[in-house]
Design a protein around this ligand. Structure first.
Ligand code: CTP
Length: 403
């Protein structure tokens, strides 16, 4: 999506400035033409040479240092840009832009450009929350600037809170999306996906788990981003890399997953539960490691909460998709789960079939819809299954098959 696109990266001065060097590299690797404009403060953190080397383009830092006598840099660069990203954006540049102040190379360029401008703020949490900064941000939003909310977390100043610049890889995804054809079946949808196994503790060193790899759920999360959705992935322990552009919440037990899902349920309008949630957990969890003794060890198990069933009972606007991994009577069991958990769609597979097991990269599934429709898919990669599923979800959302 970024191949050949002209990205103007405006870098202001803050601790997050170093992240913009990584961003420049990632954008260039993605095929974008990147030109960097820096403020004097930004140069206190990273030298222009770094950005020049990473972008293979001259860096602009002085309105009056015209590098090409045939042009006027701040106008030429402004016209050249297909999109502008200010990252990191300090309170200072936000304040200047909100008030139309143009007193350096960056701010003159920003006022001169007709390209869409994304702003990725980064600052101390108290600065970000300051009424003047919030007022300026509201003004900028009103003027058509596109705000990329900073993340919450540990800040370089020692405070914990909102103010971290969005991560470079997420900014790349955001710009890719910017250039994606606008017709996206899951645009403006928030998809909640669960994936992987759960671990149910017995004692500090032992737990019960299952063979789920998480691959199906991760494939769905990744594809949902490509189809335009905002994605929250609640994942049990897996060895998979975090998909780009996805908010990942790591959990361990069925109880943790239940809590995380309930917390995000209202925000979601599509819930896809691929996770292999433990149906039972030890009734007692020993605080100390259990020592071996002669004879048998009996562990009493109790039921965990059925998360999907709870969602089925609570759902309002949400579309619910469940998974049924079965080894016999697939259709019968899947349809019963569709009914008892009040799902819109269930994806069933026979785990005894070649290529359809837990750990592999392929799956052979059948979709059972609430209105009685069925669709049997051939053996496909999990990516392709994810795509087929999400395209159906998109259609269901439009009410084409929804009853
Ligand atoms: N599920 C859940 N919470 C649980 C158990 C399962 O949300 N505690 C979800 C899974 O994520 C999946 C679907 O329910 O989408 C699977 O249905 P389920 O009836 O629990 O299947 P199994 O665990 O295989 O149980 P059964 O022994 O009834 O076949």
């Amino acid at each position: 999506m970024l191949k050949g696109k002209n990205v103007l990266l405006c870098v202001t001065g803050g601790i997050a400035t170093f992240k913009s060097a990584a961003l420049t590299s990632k954008l260039t690797q993605a095929g974008a033409n990147v030109k960097v404009v820096m403020t004097d403060s930004a140069k206190q953190f990273v030298t222009p040479l770094t950005f020049q080397a990473l972008s293979r383009q001259p860096v602009y830092d002085d309105t009056f240092k015209e590098q090409d006598p045939t042009g006027i840099a701040h106008i030429d660069v402004a016209d050249w840009a297909d999109v502008v990203l200010i990252a990191p954006a300090t309170a200072n540049v936000i304040g200047k832009l909100a008030n139309g102040i143009a007193d350096d190379m960056m701010t003159t360029t920003l006022l001169a450009t007709k390209a869409p401008i994304y702003i990725a703020p980064a600052m101390n949490v108290n600065m970000y929350d300051h009424p003047a900064v919030q007022r300026n941000i509201e003004t900028l939003k009103g003027d058509g600037y596109l705000l990329i909310e900073p993340g919450a977390g540990y800040l370089a100043c020692g405070w914990v809170g909102k103010g971290r610049m969005a991560e470079p890889e997420d900014l790349v995804v955001l710009l890719e999306r910017h250039f994606q054809p606008k017709e996206q079946p899951l645009q403006d949808q928030c998809v909640l996906v669960t994936a992987g196994p759960t671990q149910e503790k017995i004692d500090p060193v032992r737990f019960f788990t299952n063979r789920s790899s998480g691959k199906m759920g991760y494939a769905i999360a990744k594809k949902a981003v490509e189809l335009g959705a905002e994605v929250i992935l609640i994942s049990g322990p897996t060895h998979l890399p975090k998909p780009k552009g996805v908010k990942v919440i790591d959990v361990q037990s069925a109880a943790d997953m239940y809590e995380a899902v309930i917390e995000h349920f209202d925000a979601a309008n599509i819930v896809i539960k691929t996770a292999a949630v433990a149906d039972y957990r030890p009734k007692e969890v020993s605080e100390q490691k259990v020592k071996k003794k002669p004879g048998q060890w009996m562990i009493e198990l109790e039921r965990t909460t059925d998360i999907l069933k709870t969602l089925g009972e609570r759902k309002q606007h949400q579309l619910l998709v469940g998974f049924a991994a079965e080894s016999e009577n697939i259709e019968d069991y899947a349809k019963k789960k569709l009914e008892s958990k009040q799902l819109d769609l269930i994806v069933a597979n026979d785990i005894t079939e070649e290529g359809s097991g837990f750990q592999g990269d392929t799956n052979r599934v059948t979709f059972y819809f609430r209105n009685g429709d069925e669709e049997k898919l051939p053996l496909l990669s999990k990516d392709k299954v994810a795509e087929a599923l999400l395209l159906h979800v998109g259609k269901l959302l439009k009410g084409k098959r929804h009853v």
